[in-house]
Structures are given as C-alpha cells and as structure tokens.
Design a protein. Structure first.
Length: 226
C-alpha cells in the first residue's frame, strides 16, 4: 500500500521552476536581463539570481514581475503556480493567489504600472526635446485624433508617439502612424521606444515618413524630418 502511494506521488506532474518560467517569459517579451532589472526595480545581480534559481523574489517584487512579464491570464497562472511551488496550490495562502478577485487586482495593478511607465517615458522624451530648445505640444489633439507630442520645426510637423512596449500591439501602432500622417499633415511620425535594440527589431520601419527610433536618437530624427 505504501509503495502504491509512493508510485502515485512520483507520477504527479512536476511544476516548472520559477526560474524556468521567468526565462521563458523574458524570451516571449524579448527582454534582456538588464532591461527587466530596470523595469522591476532590482539590480541586474538580483535579477540574475532569480533567473538562475539562486533566490526567490519577495511578494511585492513578484507582483511587479507579473505586471511586466504576463500578457494574459494563462501566463499569470503559470507564473503564480511556479512561485507557489506546487501545481495544485493546496495551501490557503497559495490558493488565495489564484482567486478571481486577486487575479483581477493583479491585472489592475499591471494596467496601472504600465500606464505609469508610459507617462514617465513620455516625460523623458519631452524633456530631451525641450532641452534642445524645441517647441513641443504634449497630448496634442485635433478633432478625434491625438498624438503624444507634436513638434513644429522649420515649417515642418513631426508627430512623436512614445511606446514603452511596442510589441504589445504593433499593428495598431503602425496603422495609427498612417492616420497621424494624414490627419495632421505631418512630414513624419516617429514612434519612440526606450532602447536601440527594440528599434532594430523593426528594420522595415527604419526609413520612410513613419519609423521606429530609440530615445537616444529621437532628437536627430526630429531634426532630420525638418
């Protein structure tokens, strides 16, 4: 009887290690360790320990990880299960993590964190442009159309869209750029992303009137449009 129980236990599916799930989600989001560390608010060394299974994140850190790495309920559940350390989450504490209310709260927290990141990134882009003496109009609207920043320089108009995570809905970003070109009669639309590595992922968009550019090159790109 004891042997049967042992065999039954041995056959239970193993839950992936937290480090394994984190690595997989980092690949899906196309995030490097140093980028992830910056977003989650940890040092690269601390993130490396989590990714390699040397240490486990605290609950507050784990919540931030969920908001950055997960884009759907299945990914959230998989990450929570790995964090809890068991597939069926028998304990009350682990089960609470999967309650609908908790999941909805995690989604709301994730939404607000993404919103905060977007606002902060837009401020960074605006600051770069204004420090160079360019005149900017933030949250510029005209009828039913809007852009994050409108720059008018030398009789030219440049719409600047700030995207922390362009991969989230690239097709909509691309379509929006076309609408902005027509509606605002822009000379070009620049979709600004945080890192050069992200911009390099869109080589077919590196030229033309609508293109993806890194924050480090936004000033040069604005001037080249005018």
């Amino acid at each position: 009887m004891k042997a049967e129980n042992k065999t039954s236990m041995d056959k239970q599916p193993q839950v992936p290690e937290l480090s394994e799930v984190v690595r997989m989600l980092l690949q899906r989001r196309k995030l490097r360790g140093i980028e992830f560390a910056e977003k989650v608010g940890l040092s690269p060394a601390s993130v490396s320990k989590i990714v390699n299974g040397v240490s486990r994140p605290r609950q507050k850190t784990f919540s931030r990880m969920c908001s950055i790495l997960c884009e759907n309920p299945d990914e959230e559940r998989m990450l929570v299960q790995a964090f809890a350390g068991t597939e069926r989450l028998a304990s009350e504490e682990a089960q609470a993590l999967l309650d609908d209310d908790v999941i909805e709260r995690q989604r709301a927290t994730r939404y607000l964190e993404i919103k905060a990141q977007a606002i902060e990134f837009r401020r960074q882009v605006t600051e770069v442009l204004q420090k160079a003496g360019l005149s900017t109009r933030e949250d510029y609207t005209d009828g039913t159309c809007a852009t994050d920043i409108l720059v008018e320089l030398g009789g030219k108009r440049v719409a600047v869209e700030c995207k922390v995570n362009i991969h989230r809905d690239f097709e909509r970003v691309r379509a929006s750029a076309g609408v902005l070109l027509e509606h605002f009669a822009c000379d070009c639309v620049l979709v600004v992303v945080p890192f050069a590595e992200v911009a390099e992922g869109f080589p077919h968009w590196s030229q033309g009137r609508a293109r993806v550019v890194p924050l480090s090159k936004v000033l040069d790109e604005v001037r080249s449009c005018s």
